[in-house]
Design a protein around this ligand. Structure first.
Ligand code: FES
Length: 622
């Protein structure tokens, strides 16, 4: 594993280790930078521009064609084309980042957002009241504000704030409703937080509601995972255990509050100046967050408690913000297709796609939306936590020590996050390993790991020696020997790990196939497949296709759209137009419940089979 080298990304200084031949786009994603790829990584749009500040990164013909000899000589490269050959320092301009600034979310996603939040602050110098003018403090203030109600909390602070500050105050209103009055001019301090509440991961972004800029990000594992790693087990807890819902809600709210503390501290802003919080999550997560019993989601016909967006005050949830801050929970489509999918739709403008388009959010719960022929169909599949490294014997999350990439070069070569000894295998490493073993003929299409004597004669000896017979006669693949691994134990990929991967991929693929079938479409009809979710950004498209998780279409039609749920939540926070769009668009999505689909079991069984090489076809440039 010593052949990896360090790649530093400027201006942040964040670095990762990469194998020779790694595409810059992929290394950047590993460092947490999602670069926009409007042409699908074809090397034709020039939008994924980066600058090589030091180190070698030989230009390709496509880069010379797209950028010209002079710019290439200055170090300009296309992140989708440039391959790393040694240590390098690479600058990523803001304009190349996907969603780094709300103004630019790339041409084929939601487009620019004008910052018109619901929350507005008005600095108003009223001056002292005059004799003979019998108006109250509130009447004088309201004459300078849009029409609307006044909350008691604002009224309580009004007289004192006016008289402490020479009758000059800042009024905070949301859709005309006065929610706060602050002494003096605080109009520049106006913030909101957008949350993506995933079954496994929570992500919060603190946003400046005046400039639209991202100020700080926090993410952490959803503490509810300790009660069960999928939504079904959490619904079950609510159904069977008195106080189960309260425990789950308490766990997520505690984490949300810690994240609010964290982002405010990082950006050095007062939590009292956070006036709006937006949440997007799957149906179960949203209901638990609100303290709404999700038990009915555990029984046919899986009815959610609400579909329209829910509004409340921060004090209703005990959030660490201004207590009267508005809390907006996204509208949800159905039992297992929730607000995060609605957020994904508005972030990608899936409903406006000209050609058939598929949005796939890969997580413990995989959400799939197909937009075609003037309709939108959405479904959800239980992919399970294999992609998070769970239920995999040597699985782990994508953290230092995780094998995140596997390639073949005479032997299996592995990229380990943090360039340390490997401790386990994360989701992308698992997909890579399975795809490479399939290409080598070490896995057959049923997913069985073959014995060395059954493997093709062309199989290189170093790989043959990695095939180890276990107690039950099944074979495993040795990824690292005891002296190479962080644990001092052999690191093996077991037969049952491949089965878990087949279950996860089969569920996603079956969901895709059923939606396509409902609209009489074939995979080849898809103009684009948009991969969302933190995990989706790190997948090697050709490998996901090779194992049948994604349809066999050219890689250029498979695009990464980042954490679309987070982007959508942020758009709703920044713009009342986007919020209204989200509040409406869910009505045009048809919810497809696979649990009652007569075809699902058959599709699922078929999708569990790994494709033959000619079925998977050639993906084109990764
Ligand atoms: S040139 Fe279009 S994504 Fe790289």
């Amino acid at each position: 594993m010593s052949h990896e080298f360090r790649i530093v990304f400027e201006p942040s200084g964040r670095s990762v280790f990469a194998l020779p031949g790694t595409v810059v786009l992929e290394a950047a994603a590993r460092a947490g930078f999602i670069i926009q790829t409007p042409c699908g990584g074809n090397g034709t749009c020039g939008k994924c521009l980066v600058n090589v500040r030091s180190g070698k990164c030989p230009p390709t013909d496509a880069e010379i064609r797209a950028l010209g000899v002079e710019r290439v000589a200055e170090g300009c490269r296309l992140a989708c084309q440039a391959r790393l050959t040694g240590p390098a320092t690479i600058e990523i301009p803001d304009s190349s980042l996907f969603g780094a600034q709300q103004q630019i979310l790339t041409a084929d996603s939601g487009g620019p957002v004008a910052v018109v939040p619901r929350v507005r602050k008005h600095y108003i110098a009223l001056g002292p009241p005059k004799m003979g003018e019998p108006l109250s403090d509130l009447e004088r203030l309201r004459r300078r504000l849009p029409e609307g109600a006044t909350r008691l909390a604002a009224l309580r602070t009004l007289p004192g704030a006016l008289r402490r500050s020479g009758f000059a105050v800042t009024a905070v209103e949301v859709d005309g409703e006065l929610i706060a009055v602050e002494a003096g001019d605080t109009s520049s301090q106006c913030y909101g937080v957008a949350f993506d509440i995933g079954s496994t991961t929570l992500v919060g972004t603190l946003v400046n509601l005046i400039t639209g800029a991202d100020l700080a990000l926090a993410s952490r594992v959803n503490p509810q995972t300790s009660f069960g790693d999928d939504v079904v087990s959490r619904i079950q807890l609510c159904r069977t255990e008195p106080g189960g819902l309260a425990r789950l809600q308490g766990a997520v709210l505690e984490a949300v509050n810690k994240m609010l503390d964290e982002v405010a501290r990082k950006a050095d802003v007062s939590r009292q100046n956070i006036y709006e919080v937006v949440f997007a999550g799957n149906t179960t997560m949203q209901q638990i967050l609100c303290g709404v019993d999700p038990s009915a989601l555990g029984e046919i016909p899986f009815i959610p408690a609400f579909r329209n967006a829910v509004e409340m005050r921060a004090s209703d949830l005990g959030l660490h913000t201004y207590p009267e801050a508005c809390v907006h929970v996204f509208a949800q489509i159905g039992g297992f297709v929730g607000g995060d999918t609605v957020a994904g739709i508005i972030a990608t403008r899936l409903d406006e796609a000209v050609e058939p388009a598929l949005l796939v959010d890969i997580g413990t719960n995989g959400e799939i939306v197909l937009a075609a022929k003037g309709r939108m169909l959405a479904t959800s599949v239980a992919a399970g936590p294999a992609f998070e490294g769970a239920r995999i014997v040597n699985g782990m999350r994508a953290a230092p020590g995780a094998i995140e990439k596997v390639i073949v070069n005479g032997d299996l070569k592995m990229n380990v996050i943090g360039n340390v000894k490997p401790a386990g295998l994360c989701g992308t490493g698992l997909i890579d390993a399975a795809a490479e073993l399939l290409r080598l003929g070490v896995l057959d299409t049923t997913g069985r790991i073959l014995a060395p004597e059954e493997a093709p004669a062309s199989l290189p000896d170093p790989i043959k020696r990695r095939l180890i017979r276990g107690h039950g006669g099944e074979f495993s693949v040795l990824l690292a020997g005891p002296s190479e691994s962080a644990t001092g134990q052999p690191l093996l990929l077991y037969q049952r790990d491949i089965r878990e991967l087949q279950l996860a991929c089969g569920a996603i693929r079956a969901g895709i196939n059923i939606l396509l079938g409902m609209l009489n479409l074939k995979p080849g009809d898809l103009g684009s497949v948009l991969l969302a979710g933190a995990f989706g950004n790190f997948i090697r498209r050709s490998n996901a296709r090779r194992i049948g998780m994604l349809p066999a279409i050219p890689c250029s039609r498979i695009r990464f759209v980042g954490n679309a749920a987070s982007f959508g939540a942020k758009r709703a926070l920044l713009s009342r137009v986007e919020k209204d769009y989200a509040d409406r668009v869910f009505l045009s999505v048809e919810h497809v419940d696979l649990s009652i689909s007569p075809d699902f079991q058959m599709e699922f069984a078929a999708a569990m089979m790994l494709p033959e090489a000619d079925e998977a076809g050639d993906c084109g440039a990764e």
